[in-house]
Write a protein that binds this ligand. Structure first.
Ligand SMILES: Nc1ncnc2c1ncn2[C@@H]1O[C@H](COP(=O)(O)OP(=O)(O)OP(=O)(O)O)[C@@H](O)[C@H]1O
Length: 679
């Protein structure tokens, strides 16, 4: 009875009872298609079970056994946990291998699992008081043996739970639906792999014969998802190019003057990027470019060059920074380096307005502010170029809102976080990319060491050696506390200690609870060498530029992500002196030591970003919320270069053959429905 169609509500499926239809509804699953789209989060190979372990091995195991004893246990006053002791083997194969399962603060567990139940457990065992324990394992009670066995003796799909529906029932529903759904209704909007019918991929993703088959099937759907994403990105890129852009940058006198005023030569990477920007600005369509720079690679100077080109063409250029402090820093930098050119530069942030050379006739030529510049209805006389400094936020929203504007300015996005190529293709896939992967010449080497529980006396001695050589030092504390207030308090405590230890030197304190003016003041004093040492929380992470500082001790380094450590370390090694970064840890976790070792092994931001991606996975690296990729079902595949490229090529082919998607209205709807909204 090949009858059900994907669009059909679950209420019309005879083997799903009304109560379950409601439960699915609360989880946002309303049609048969939506239920079938919920692919397994993982699989258990229940053809052979793991044997009960005698010691913890660090990996999750799939065990089969019988519950022989259950108890509710109390601890710490009113708290409780439910404990079930499980013996290895089925109901009639009891032996002495046992494991204890515990569920904390889940009183209902005692109704769910009782003595005599035969169970399948999945979880990571650990050693506890001489026995083996698994806390909160996934579990499933083995049912009657005369059922169709989709739950045993095969590779079994495990789904993300739907409240009110046990795994077994969920699995049965999907199994039966696959058998009774009209194959033609499972056709894709666009066939990403003509050699692999979609309904087969769907069946094999749910009930694979092998793990390889499951992987191939999942990859099919991942490709489908990323194809849709790339389609909207490539589409967007094409739409930008349709706009009439201004032809800017014909004259380069100002730029040449600027070059001559610099005490250094631009690096090869900087020159290459300026050339790329120049070509874009001269093109008849608006520039849409990402400038990706490793820490200290001199992004600001490339941005300055772009802005000078715009100014010389008679239009305004704006720079938007993510925070007020950074906007102010940029303003100072611009004022300093562009001083010989006598330009009208204006700082506009929520609380401060300041102008340089505004006594001269006319509108400001360069405007520096926060991202809010865009939204707060600041009137631009004639905006030709916008530089967006995104720092390490993978912000997206702003760019779309720029594209809505009438006259399309050129846009240059700067990001300080090196991003692996695959991620760039997805997050910034609508932009052309320039990469700054070269440190300016004449910078001292940075030596990084990982130290478990370093002695205070050793660190103090090392710091003093550097201070005596007139270098400056950062001491960074992430601190365990969650709130800014507690962090500030804890940093203050450490600060007091350092003031005593380094009594001959001047120690300053910087944390997030200080007012912007106070932060500025501390930073300025450190920059002007009135302070030798800065005890800080991570507020110093971005944008701080004090070339004389050559030493950084990062405490509890294991608590930071690699990208953040790289940013922090980027605050040293900015001058000609040899620099030192010590990553101090509690030394407890081997994983953390491995992670930190990456920092000691390389200072190449792109390599670090790739390692970060490998160790943490794309979801965590991106912080899905800000990246706009939160809705991706197959986010792990973001790191799969081959897949992303395949998706990109497919999207490009489709749009090359049918640029306005006139022949593929369903694809056009897919883009406009914003199901996949990136950029
Ligand atoms: N080509 C160059 N040669 C020498 N020094 C340079 C060069 N380009 C930039 N600098 C200097 O390097 C430092 C970093 O430049 P800039 O602030 O532009 O880098 P950045 O990429 O924005 O750094 P970060 O993201 O780490 O803050 C500044 O002190 C700047 O004056």
């Amino acid at each position: 009875m090949n009858g059900h169609r994907c669009e059909e509500p679950l209420s019309s499926v005879d083997f799903i009872v009304a109560k379950d239809v409601l439960a699915y509804g609360s989880a946002g699953v309303n049609t048969t298609g939506e239920l079938l789209d919920r692919l397994p989060k993982r699989y258990e190979d229940r053809r052979v079970f793991d044997s009960f372990p005698a010691q913890a091995g660090g990996t999750a195991l799939c065990l089969r056994g019988t519950v022989v004893d259950t108890q509710v246990k109390r601890f710490g006053g009113r708290k409780q946990f439910y404990q079930a002791v499980v013996f290895e083997g089925g109901s009639n194969a009891l032996n002495s291998n046992k494991i204890t399962c515990r569920w904390f603060n889940m009183p209902w567990m005692k109704n769910a699992l009782a003595e005599g139940h035969e169970v399948i457990l999945y979880g990571k065992p650990k050693e506890y008081q001489g026995g083996m324990v698994i806390d909160h394992p996934d579990f499933e009670i083995v049912g009657d043996s005369d059922e169709v066995s989709i739950h045993l003796e095969r590779i079994v799909p495990i789904y993300k739970g739907v409240s009110g529906i046990p795994q077994r029932r969920l699995r049965e529903h999907i199994y039966k639906l696959l058998e009774t759904t009209d194959v033609s209704s499972l056709k894709p909007i666009y066939d990403v792999d003509p050699s692999y019918p979609r309904h087969e991929a769907l069946r094999e993703a749910h009930f694979p014969d092998s793990l390889e088959q499951a992987e191939a099937a999942k990859r099919y759907f991942a490709l489908e998802e990323f194809f849709a994403l790339q389609l909207s990105v490539v589409w967007k890129r094409a739409r930008v190019r349709e706009h009439q852009g201004r032809v800017l940058g014909k004259k380069t006198k100002l730029l040449t003057e600027f070059y001559h005023s610099l005490p250094f030569d631009l690096t090869g990477a900087q020159k290459r990027s300026v050339k790329e920007v120049l070509a874009d600005m001269r093109a008849p369509y608006p520039m849409s470019r990402l400038l990706q720079g490793d820490v200290g690679s001199g992004k600001t100077f490339v941005a300055m060059c772009a802005m000078l080109l715009a100014v010389e063409s008679g239009v305004q250029a704006a720079l938007m920074a993510p925070t007020q402090i950074l906007a102010e820093q940029h303003y100072l930098t611009f004022k300093k380096w562009l001083a010989p050119l006598n330009l009208r530069i204006s700082l506009r942030t929520g609380s401060r307005q300041e102008n340089a050379h505004m006594e001269m006739e006319g509108e400001p030529q360069i405007i520096i502010g926060t991202h809010a510049l865009l939204y707060e209805g600041v009137e631009f006389a004639d905006l030709g170029l916008i530089v967006i400094d995104e720092q390490h936020k993978f912000g997206v929203g702003q760019r779309s809102s720029l594209i809505q504007q009438g006259v399309m300015p050129d846009v240059l996005v700067m990001t300080a976080t090196p991003i692996p190529r695959t991620l760039t293709l997805t997050i910034y896939g609508d932009l052309d990319v320039s990469i700054l992967d070269e440190r300016p010449a004449g910078r001292g080497e940075i030596i990084t060491a990982v130290r478990a529980k370093p002695k205070v006396t050793d660190i103090t001695k090392f710091i003093k050696e550097q201070l005596v050589k007139e270098r400056q030092v950062y001491l960074v504390y992430p601190l365990v506390e969650e709130s800014d207030a507690l962090k500030a308090a804890a940093a203050t405590v450490e600060y007091e200690k350092w003031v005593k230890r380094l009594s001959k030197f001047k120690v300053g304190l910087l944390h997030g609870k200080l007012k912007p003016e106070e932060k500025d003041e501390v930073m300025t004093r450190f920059r002007d060498r009135e302070l030798d040492v800065l005890v800080a929380t991570t507020v110093i992470e971005v944008g701080v530029d004090v070339p004389n500082a050559n030493t950084m001790i990062i405490y509890n380094a294991e608590r930071f992500g690699l990208a953040q450590l790289h940013q922090l370390r980027g605050r040293i090694g900015r001058g000609e002196h040899k620099s030192y970064c010590v990553l101090a840890t509690d030394g407890k976790s081997a994983d953390a030591m491995e992670k930190l070792q990456v920092m000691a092994d390389t200072s190449d931001g792109f390599k670090i970003a790739e390692a970060d991606l490998r160790l943490r996975g794309p979801g965590d690296v991106l912080g899905t919320e800000q990246s706009g990729l939160a809705n991706l079902k197959f986010i792990d595949y973001l790191a799969d270069t081959a897949l992303i490229r395949e998706a990109r090529e497919l999207a490009e082919t489709v749009l090359a053959q049918d640029p306005m998607l006139e022949k593929n209205p369903a694809l056009l709807r897919l883009i406009h429905d914003g199901e996949v909204e990136v950029g």
